[in-house]
Design a protein around this ligand. Structure first.
Ligand SMILES: Nc1ncnc2c1ncn2[C@@H]1O[C@H](COP(=O)(O)OP(=O)(O)OP(=O)(O)O)[C@@H](O)[C@H]1O
Ligand SMILES: [Mg+2]
Length: 149
């Protein structure tokens, strides 16, 4: 899969920074010409994964989380990295969105074509692939001319 654009950013591990990460993702994707529905989905996923990185990554090994956005052929891949090595649990698509708590990853599961986690030397990355909206297939060709399929 040819990578056409990439953006990396880092944030102090504080709840207020979730909003910063969401705003940054929205700005970057608009700058890349990504359409509103894909951008909205990526921003939503950014918020859930960033919030998890702040709330659930318990470690003295670092106080930052990182976000990488990649524009690929037919998806936007978002990656959130935090310094806690514990990987998130599997979620099953049939689980109850109305249940209290544990909703974030279920929403990621529904918005992403695939998602997962990978250990890093320090901590881990949780990634999700959000499909590019392809109105008449034009967006995609315009965004990634070298990746036309
Ligand atoms: N970055 C992470 N590091 C460590 N554990 C995580 C991380 N992200 C998620 N988890 C684990 O997976 C569980 C499910 O995450 P999920 O986002 O679905 O729910 P939640 O954060 O507990 O609640 P909600 O997102 O609905 O406010 C968390 O409770 C936590 O135990
Ligand atoms: Mg959560």
């Amino acid at each position: 899969m040819a990578e056409s654009k990439m953006d990396r950013s880092r944030y102090p591990s504080h709840p207020a920074q979730v909003r910063s990460a969401r705003h940054h993702a929205a700005q970057v994707l608009r700058g890349w010409g990504v359409g509103d529905s894909t951008t909205d989905a990526v921003v939503y996923v950014a918020g859930e994964l960033a919030s998890n990185a702040v709330r659930h990554a318990h470690t003295s090994q670092g106080r930052e989380f990182g976000m990488t956005l990649r524009l690929l052929e037919s998806i936007v891949r978002i990656e959130l990295r935090d310094p806690d090595p514990s990987l998130p649990p599997d979620v099953s698509p049939g689980e109850d969105l109305e249940a209290d708590g544990g909703r974030g990853l279920l929403i990621v599961e529904r918005l992403a074509t695939s998602w997962g986690s990978a250990p890093e030397v320090l901590g881990k990355t949780i990634w999700a692939d959000i499909p590019l909206e392809t109105a008449a297939g034009e967006d995609r060709a315009a965004l990634c001319p070298e990746g036309a399929s």
